[in-house]
Design a protein around this ligand. Structure first.
Ligand code: G1P
Length: 310
């Protein structure tokens, strides 16, 4: 078991995913049979972490209900961020709930890679990846194999090494103190208090932060990208419980949750059906069906359905 506390900011709305985010935060949207947050928590649990602080905000009840009913085995704390002042501010909200080492992982993307080395490291560490256009990310500047600078969404990036949204800190008190310095200075980038600027403060104070390469990450920013991510994940994890194969025709890869109900459907390839969904006489391909969604006689391809879909 790890002594790290995970901090997962999940307050964001995900405006580019409306109307699917009209009733829940982005992290509750399903991909490959489970909400984004469940994919993230699987990785966090693989790290041996048992304590998780969620920074909640927009439509927080749906997330809180889901976590309480599905993760009763974890020690969880929900901290509300009442004003959306940026990632740095969201993380600072966790101050009173966290001591010792902490592991921050962003709640709206699924990282492709093993996160364990980040929390097993004897140094502060950040997950990084080389990207084509670093201007929309936090950027890491390296010299002789060491990190010498950080900059959030720079116009003229000093490298193409981007922060992917996973950070481990040996001493959370140092992180919160660095965030306090950023907040007190009034510095913002794109009008938001940035976690990346606290990393710069830590460097200036002499802390060592090492980069850890991750394979990739699945940005779940738009419907298009969600469906692409669904495909990639289903190519890795396909699951069709035996009980559904009698009255339905299912072409893998698909992920059908045990707790779904299917009758007379033709599904696949690339269909994911989440817990509590009830599908009758549907023909679906390349489609995501979210939790508790009821569909009858639907024929669709390349679509997302949630429980509010008509
Ligand atoms: C945030 C961080 C940024 C990081 C990115 C990774 O930006 O501020 O440093 O590179 O996540 O997804 P956001 O995507 O919230 O604008």
């Amino acid at each position: 078991m790890s002594d790290y506390t995970a901090i997962i900011p999940v307050a964001g709305k995900g405006v580019r995913l409306l109307p699917y985010t009209a009733h829940c935060p982005k992290t509750m949207l399903s991909v490959a049979g489970q909400p984004i947050i469940s994919h993230i928590l699987r990785q966090v649990e693989e790290c041996g972490i048992k304590r998780v602080v969620f920074i909640v905000g927009y439509e927080k009840e749906s997330l809180i209900d889901y976590i309480r009913s599905h993760y009763a085995h974890l020690d969880v704390v929900f901290v509300e961020q009442t004003e959306q002042k940026g990632l740095g501010h969201a993380i600072y909200m966790a101050k009173s709930a966290v001591t010792g080492p902490c592991f921050i992982v962003l709640g709206d993307t699924i990282i492709d890679g093993d996160l364990r080395p980040l929390v097993q490291s004897s140094k502060n560490a950040v997950g990084v990846k080389i990207v084509e256009d670093p201007r929309r990310f936090g950027v890491v500047e390296m010299k002789d194999g060491l990190i010498v600078g950080f900059e959030e969404k720079p116009e003229q990036p000093k490298s193409n090494l981007a922060l992917i949204g996973a950070y481990s800190f040996l001493d959370s008190a140092q992180l919160f103190s660095a965030l306090e310095e950023v907040i007190a200075s009034g510095k913002t980038v794109k009008n938001e208090i940035q976690l990346t600027d606290a990393l710069s403060v830590l460097l200036q104070r002499g802390a060592e932060i090492i980069p850890m390469q991750m394979k990739d990450w699945f940005d779940c920013g738009t419907v298009e990208i969600m469906l692409k991510t669904n495909q990639i994940l289903l190519d890795r994890y396909s699951q069709v419980p035996e009980k559904f194969t009698g009255s339905n025709r299912i072409t893998p890869p698909c992920w059908i949750d045990e707790r779904a109900e299917l009758e007379g459907c033709v599904l696949g390839p690339y269909v994911s059906v989440s817990e509590g969904a009830v599908l009758k006489n549907c023909i679906l391909q390349d489609t995501i069906v979210g939790n508790d969604t009821q569909l009858t006689s639907k024929t669709a391809s390349h679509v997302i359905f949630d429980k509010y879909s008509k």
